[in-house]
Each structure stands twice: as structure tokens, then as C-alpha cells.
Design a protein around this ligand. Structure first.
Ligand code: ACO
Length: 322
């Protein structure tokens, strides 16, 4: 049995921050941000009740409603995130409690922007092994708490939000998937956790913000993602044109356009929401999937290819029949 997505949901914070609003914080401009990234605005949490958990729960609830599945029917909850509210318990366990999904095993996955794909592939492996039958997969980030808001090279790029999908073990759904990692490239996109300050070691208590070597990440993305997609299509015995829609990680519209060019495909096959969401890391693919689904763009038997890259370094892709 393979993973078939039977419902989607998403949650974006109410507050929309435009590029012009950011120009009042740092030395940047709407023209610079739009021309380099395609981003016009992003949603950011702006109230205490908006947290990683609250967005995850709202997206998860919406996906369950869309799928017609009760929380008690879930036997697995996976949450992909790098920005949990707590070190422990995991966001997945907190979502399980909030939803009342008392029969579900729950844990988090950290694969940065590839996290939703790693979670989907993990669910598919559990289904293939016959261990679980019904899973909720959530990608959620409050990246705004990891960002240095005085660093114009990163603060203009990211947004907050959550996306979710319910997957059921089925005869058809996932056609092929792959994922990979290269820890040796990890230092181009880094956010350190708190330092150790136990009685035997004094390393300071300063918390770090996200650091990114943008040009190196760009080079990695435009090389690795098309390779990953080609390898996946080869695995499935398909040509790029056979896929109805490519739902790629929404980091930068120039990266998406470069991948479309490399695959010799029209941009219409690459729906995008980076202009109004920015880069929401693990949440970006499921938020986009929910938008596309709710717009009615996915009739039964559509072929969609999800693919992303991120910190780690990590990359992943999945080809699904809708
Ligand atoms: N506004 C105005 N100027 C800026 C800004 C800004 N917000 N940010 C940087 N600049 C300046 C730089 O200081 C530099 O000035 P200098 O030439 O005087 O030194 C100039 O603009 C050019 O900077 P570059 O970094 O060369 O700009 P580039 O064209 O490479 O675009 C960008 C930067 C958009 C970050 C690009 O490299 C990129 O998209 N990289 C990939 C980022 C990405 O995908 N991240 C996500 C990865 S995975 C994950 O999602 C976590």
C-alpha cells in the first residue's frame, strides 16, 4: 500500500507585511526584493496566540475536515519543523493532544525546507510496511523568531505559516519518491541552538539567528533540484511533460523559473505562492498544495510532483497520483 493524499489544509497568520513595510526596518526596497526573489509580501505572527502549535493545529484540523477523517482515526502524526515552540515535547505530540488524536503515534522531523517531503516519504514507508494506515502530515514554521531583523539579506525572504495533508494507505497514490542529504554543505544555511552553560563548561549564552550564504544556497538549489526531479522521473519511467503540476519549495521565483527552463517546461506547470507567502520552509509545499487543491486544479488522477531543498543540506521529491 502507498500514501494517497485525501485532504489538505493550511493556516497563515493574519498579519501581512509588505516589502515597503520592511523598507522602514532595513535598507532595502520593494524593487530589490521583487526583482531578486519574486516576493511581494509575507505573513508573520503578530499576536501571542499565534504560535507554531496554533498554526499546526489549524492546518491539521482543516486537512482532517477536507479528508472527512476524525482525529481518532489517525494512527500517525508527523510534523516537519525547525521552529517548534518547545524543545520538548515535540510539536507533533502537542498537536495530538490538541486534536484529541489519542490513537496516533506522533513525532517531529527536522529536514528544514525539505521536511514535508521527508515526512511524506516516511509515512509512505510506514504504509508500505503495513504498520500504519492513516496519517496527518504537517509542515509548520515560525521562522520570524529565527531571523535577525536587522539583517536585510535574510529578513526579507522568510514568512510564517502551516500546511497539512491527510494521507491514507491506498492501492495508488505515491508513485515514486526520493530524498537525500549532504551534511558537508551544512554551513551555508545555519541556525545554532542555545550554548551549553553547565557548571563545567562556559561557552556563553548568546542565541544565534539564521545565517545564510544566499549565493551558495542559490547555486545548490538550481543544480540539485532539477537533478533530483530528473532522477525521480527516471525512476517512474516518465518524461517531464507527463506531470500536470510541479509544486516546488517556494524559496525564490528565480529558482523556480530556472528549474522550469532546465526541464524545458512552461511556467504554467509551476504554480507559485512565493509572492504572498515568502519562504515558509517546511510549510511552503503543503501550503501551496492546499491552495492548488482548493482552487480545484487537481482533478482525480492528476499527476503532481513535489520537490524541495533546504538546510542540512537536504533535498527530496515525490511523484503522486491525485
Ligand atoms: N535589499 C537591498 N540590497 C540587498 C538586500 C536587500 N534585502 N540583501 C542583500 N543586498 C545587497 C547585498 O548587500 C549586495 O550588495 P553589494 O553588492 O554592495 O555587496 C547586493 O545586494 C547583492 O547581494 P547578493 O547576495 O549577491 O544578491 P543575490 O542576487 O545573490 O540575491 C538572494 C540574494 C535573493 C538571497 C539569492 O542569493 C537567493 O535567493 N539565494 C537562495 C536563497 C534561498 O533559496 N534560501 C532558502 C534556502 S532553504 C530554506 O528555505 C531555508
Amino acid at each position: 500500500m502507498r500514501a494517497k493524499i485525501i485532504g489538505t489544509g493550511s493556516c497563515l497568520p493574519d498579519k501581512i507585511v509588505t516589502n515597503d513595510a520592511l523598507s522602514a526596518l532595513v535598507d532595502t526596497s520593494d524593487e530589490w526584493i521583487q526583482s531578486r526573489t519574486g516576493i511581494c509580501g509575507r505573513h508573520l505572527v503578530s499576536a501571542e496566540h499565534e504560535t507554531t502549535l496554533s498554526m499546526a493545529v489549524k492546518a491539521g484540523q482543516a486537512a482532517l475536515t477536507d479528508a472527512g477523517i476524525l482525529p481518532q482515526q489517525l494512527d500517525l502524526i508527523l510534523v516537519a519543523t525547525v521552529s517548534s515552540d518547545f524543545m520538548t515535547p515535540s510539536t507533533a505530540c502537542m498537536v495530538q493532544k490538541e486534536l484529541g488524536a489519542s490513537h496516533a503515534a506522533a513525532f517531529d522531523i527536522n529536514a528544514a525546507c525539505s521536511g514535508f517531503l521527508f515526512a511524506l516519504n516516511t509515512v509512505d514507508a510506514y504504509f508500505q510496511a503495513g504498520i500504519y494506515q492513516t496519517a496527518l502530515i504537517i509542515g509548520v514554521e515560525t521562522l520570524s523568531k529565527l531571523i535577525d531583523w536587522s539583517d536585510r539579506s535574510t529578513c526579507v525572504l522568510f514568512g510564517d505559516g502551516a500546511g497539512a495533508a491527510v494521507a491514507k494507505a491506498s492501492e495508488e497514490g505515491m508513485i515514486a519518491s526520493l530524498q537525500g542529504s549532504d551534511g558537508s554543505g551544512g554551513d551555508i544555511l545555519v541556525c545554532r541552538n542555545r550554548s551549553n552553560n553547565n557548571p563545567y563548561i562556559h561557552t556563553g549564552t548568546e542565541l544565534d539567528y539564521l545565517f545564510m550564504d544566499g549565493q551558495e544556497v542559490f547555486k545548490f538549489a538550481v543544480k540539485k533540484e532539477p537533478e533530483c526531479i530528473q532522477a525521480l522521473l527516471q525512476q517512474a519511467g516518465m518524461q517531464p511533460a507527463d506531470v500536470d503540476y510541479y509544486l516546488l519549495h517556494q524559496a525564490n521565483y528565480r529558482i523556480i523559473a530556472s528549474i522550469a527552463r532546465k526541464l524545458k517546461l512552461p511556467l504554467e506547470k509551476f504554480p507559485s505562492n512565493v509572492s504572498h507567502c515568502g519562504n515558509t520552509s517546511a510549510a511552503s509545499i503543503p501550503i501551496l498544495l492546499d491552495e492548488v487543491n482548493k482552487k480545484g486544479m487537481l482533478p482525480k488522477d492528476s499527476l503532481i510532483l513535489l520537490s524541495g531543498f533546504g538546510a542540512g543540506l537536504t533535498w527530496g521529491a515525490a511523484l503522486l497520483k491525485w
